[in-house]
Design a protein around this ligand. Structure first.
Ligand code: 0A1
Ligand code: ZN
Length: 878
């Protein structure tokens, strides 16, 4: 068992830094058996600190200290303390230079924090606290310094040497070595530092900014990936233009670089001028990337680029403010994606993620506010709450202020805080100052955890022609937070008349020219809204566009949902009505497995399949049944087997009754002409592959022939994988085995495709039972050191293959516990993320719960448990 438990860090203990660093000069000597890092810090006491002459405290992690000198004089042993996780220097002058030399071993760094090696190249990951694994430093985001970095390495093995800013010097050294020096003129926190050294090919492009400056765009990848860069470079140019047009933000250095690395804990990182990406989030070709991957790459490239202003120029004061940069930047990338494709589809995707996974997080043991009050390991707080709910909070400000005032607010924020490390409160204040609105109650969105629930009731007064909506809100208790206050919630609504026409929303009798949709502002525990001049009982359309991240309870009838599905002018709510109806039908089969499947659901799906007049991208979304994960989230004491059975039964029923329509839909949307990434072609492929999946689900022979033919002849990965997935999720055992083998042989050299191949199996209840998962872990292409491979097998199994993971014999839980323990020794961040499904044990029916809890206890009792896993496991058992 672990003995030294990690410390809790509290926002209320925040103090300004006692010392500031103006300049950092780094020299890296890179070798095969390690790296020597020479650091020279120009330090001065912070005039704003009341700390007096306290010692200089520098963070460190896994460093070997070789020497330390102050103003050029080596320090004697008694003048400093090397505490292992810190270097403390007592009695320092007001201003001084500190020279420190450390030795590190990137080749043995499996945590992938700090400087490490991936496929033979050196690269870094410094957010949140990785810089301290490189050298001793005040590793906190409110210490901002100018960096100058000289990298020295073998010229043949590492011809490309990169860091932040602009290259200012380069040359040869003895022994076949060379160096490049980089200078970044913008003061930055250490978490934005980056270094790359490798044998990489360079792809070049240029971008001319709104003020006419020409920027060098460069992408660095391993030679085998040279053909997979065009899409990301184009996405980068679209992002740069969009940020100028929509936010008035121009790029500030002369060069912008993107590097792809195979081993990376997260998606990508916004290091100043040198973004580093997980290969799977940036490399793409028609042959190897699915439509979903293209869209994800575009969004992540944009996200990292947008951080240059929302994160780098204006950064976070401390890690409690993480959502300041992440929530705002996710909101910005979502706006961008909406502008590049279909806004409704993008909104559906974001709301699905939020309702399925963020709501679950908000209801689980790790629930925390968008601005947390405490943490043990900050890497555990890169969560859906910080990112996605944080983005929803910014979106609500946008909704409340409107486009133009929101832009004035963001202009003021960037101008007021350029070059500073600030708080979420500073962000809200800029929005208030620019708009004149009072957002004091709104700030509760940052402080209170938990998903607010709205209960809506309605009454119709036929005589007075008044329709009354009563909305009450409550915010649930979460760990450490009870008795919450009502929040300020923008609640967008509309009313539909019997003929499907939108009704004017009149707040008082007699006025005319009323809008047909309104954003009601909820601020009280209970609010009542009266709409006048309503001559018949309307159907309410509630929380249009998912105007706030809340749950809505209203006693919908199936008629109302069917009506909204075909009449609501709000595309999002049309989709939502379909989801609610499908949920209702599936839930009724959970309770009564023999019950009849609602025939009107079949009719509704039939008309969707036939409806070529409706936006096909929306139709494609509407045809997706609610996921098992969402159905679990909606239940009190989830019985996974029953949920799985009921959902499968509805799917089979729909597919059997709609076979002809599915075949027609498949053929109507067959490939025509060259592969294109337009929203229309993406929708066609999505429809075609959904139809194929449904047909194979019921073992349709014609579907089998179509899938095999599609797998053979497809000219793109979306269709190829769509066919493979359909086969893998079918009962055609021989055919699916053959298909998997053929696919692997065709793409075994491509790690991104092999990841897809792993995850299609691991997520399938048919092909991914535990014995098969164990085989995948032994497969030649599996690599324990590569987070993507670990995620594509173990992560996909535990979070997508729910019926297999929740096997009532507990084997899935025991398996996950074993893998988490194994990974904890090499990569605690990955281990800590993977354990998440087990932490939700309270959500499940007793027979599951007991087994999940005991698997979690086994992880808790592991020897030398990392701080990362310690925090998650202890909080979820508390
Ligand atoms: N800031 C990055 C995400 C990121 C966070 C932590 C990392 O290492 C622990 C790496 C990347 C982003 O939002 O894209
Ligand atoms: Zn980010």
């Amino acid at each position: 068992m672990r003995t030294n438990q990690p410390q809790t860090i509290c926002l209320s203990d925040y103090k300004v830094p006692a010392y500031l660093v103006d300049q950092v000069d780094l020299r890296f000597e890179l070798f095969e058996d390690g790296a020597r890092v020479h650091s020279v810090l120009s330090v001065r006491r912070n005039p704003e600190s009341s700390a007096g002459d306290e010692p200089l405290y520098l963070h460190g992690d896994s460093l070997v200290l070789e020497s330390v000198a102050l103003n050029g004089t080596p320090l004697a042993a008694g003048d400093f303390d090397d505490l292992g996780d810190a270097l403390v220097v007592s009695s320092v002058p007001e201003a001084f230079e500190l020279q420190v030399v450390t030795w590190i071993e990137p080749q043995n760094n499996t945590r992938l924090e700090g400087l490490y090696k991936s496929s033979g190249m050196f690269c870094t990951q410094c957010e949140a606290e990785g810089f301290r694994c490189i050298t001793f430093y005040p590793d906190r985001p409110d210490v901002m310094a100018r960096f100058r970095t000289r990298i020295e390495a073998d010229r043949d093995a590492y011809p490309v040497l990169l860091s932040n800013g602009n290259p200012v010097a380069k040359g040869d050294l003895e022994g076949g070595r060379h160096y490049v020096t980089w200078e970044d003129p913008f003061p930055k926190p250490a978490y934005l530092f980056a270094l790359v050294a490798g044998d990489l090919v360079e792809k070049k492009d240029t971008f001319t900014t709104c003020s006419g400056r020409s920027i060098d765009l460069r992408m660095y990848v391993e030679p085998r990936n040279a053909q997979k860069c065009d899409f990301a470079l184009d996405a980068l140019k679209r992002s740069m233009r969009w940020d100028e047009d929509v936010y008035g933000r121009e790029y500030d250095l002369d060069i912008f670089m993107i590097v792809a690395v195979d081993d990376f804990n997260m998606g990508a990182m916004e290091n100043k001028g040198l973004n580093i990406f997980n290969s799977s989030c940036v490399l793409a070709s028609q042959e190897t990337a699915t439509d979903a991957a293209f869209q994800r790459i575009e969004a992540i490239v944009a996200h990292e680029y947008f951080h240059n202003w929302s994160g780098n120029r204006v950064t976070c004061r401390d890690w409690f403010q993480l959502s300041l940069k992440e929530g705002f930047t996710v909101f910005r990338d979502a706006q961008f994606s909406a502008d590049m494709g279909s806004p409704t589809v993008k909104r559906i995707e974001d709301a699905t993620l939020l309702r399925t996974a963020q709501f679950a997080e908000d209801a689980g043991p790790m629930a925390h506010p968008v601005r947390p009050a405490s943490y043990m390991e900050i890497s555990n707080f890169y969560t859906l709450t910080i990112y996605e709910k944080g983005a929803e909070v910014v979106r609500m400000i946008h909704n409340l202020l409107g486009e133009s005032l929101f832009r004035q607010g963001s202009d003021l924020y960037f101008q007021r805080h350029d070059g500073q490390a600030v708080t979420t409160d500073d962000f809200v204040r800029a929005m208030e100052d620019a708009s004149g609105r009072d957002l004091s109650q709104f700030r509760l969105w940052y402080e209170q955890a938990g998903t607010p629930a709205l209960t809506v009731t309605d009454e119709f007064d036929e005589e007075r022609c008044v329709y009354r909506l009563t909305v009450s809100q409550s915010v649930p208790d979460t760990p450490g937070q009870t008795g919450k206050k009502p929040q300020h919630i923008p609640f967008a609504v509309g009313l539909l008349g019997r003929d499907g026409q939108p009704l004017p929303l009149l707040f008082s009798a007699g006025s005319d020219d009323a809008p047909v949709d309104r954003v009601l502002e909820l601020t009280e525990r209970e609010h009542c809204f009266e709409f006048h001049g309503v001559s018949e009982r309307p159907v309410p359309s509630l929380l249009r566009g998912f105007s706030a991240p809340v749950r809505v309870h209203y006693p919908w009838t199936r008629e109302q949902l069917l009506f909204l599905m075909s009449h609501d002018p709000d595309g999002f709510n049309r989709w939502d009505a379909g989801q609610r109806l499908a949920v209702d039908v599936i839930q009724s089969l959970i309770v009564a497995p023999e019950a009849e499947v609602e025939p009107r659901l079949v009719d509704a799906y039939r008309s969707l399949l036939r409806n070529t007049g409706l936006d096909q991208a929306l139709v494609a979304k509407m045809l997706q049944l609610p996921s098992e994960a969402y159905l679990i989230e909606l239940s009190e004491q989830a019985d996974v087997a029953a949920i799985h059975r009921a959902r499968e039964a509805v799917l089979s029923h729909l597919a059997t009754h709609l076979r002809d329509e599915l075949l027609a839909c498949y053929h109507r949307n067959s490939a025509q002409g060259d592969y294109q990434l337009t929203p229309e072609s993406v929708a066609r492929r999505s429809l075609r592959n959904t139809a194929l999946g449904w047909l194979l689900h019921i073992g349709d022979q014609q579907g089998l022939v179509l899938a095999q033919e599609q797998l053979r002849s497809a000219d793109n990965m979306t269709d190829r994988l769509g066919a493979l997935r359909a086969l893998v999720n079918s009962d055609f055992v021989e055919e699916r085995t053959q298909a998997l083998e053929g696919f692997y042989q065709a793409f075994r050299e491509d790690p991104q495709v092999v990841e897809l191949w792993f995850s299609v199996q691991a997520a399938s209840v048919r092909a991914g039972q535990l014995p098969q998962i164990t085989q995948l872990l032994e497969h030649e292409a599996f690599d324990w050191k590569n987070p993507n491979k670990v995620r594509s097998v173990i992560g996909a199994f535990a979070s997508q293959n729910l019926a297999a993971f929740h096997n009532p014999d507990g084997s899935g839980y025991a398996f996950l516990a074993t893998q988490v323990c194994r990974l904890d020794d090499s990569n605690p961040q990955i281990a800590s993320r993977l354990v998440t499904p087990l932490t939700r044990w309270r959500k499940f029916a007793p027979e599951y719960r007991v087994l999940m809890k005991s698997a979690l206890e086994r992880v808790r009792d592991k020897d030398r448990l990392s701080g990362d896993v310690y925090e998650v496991v202890h909080k979820s058992l508390a």
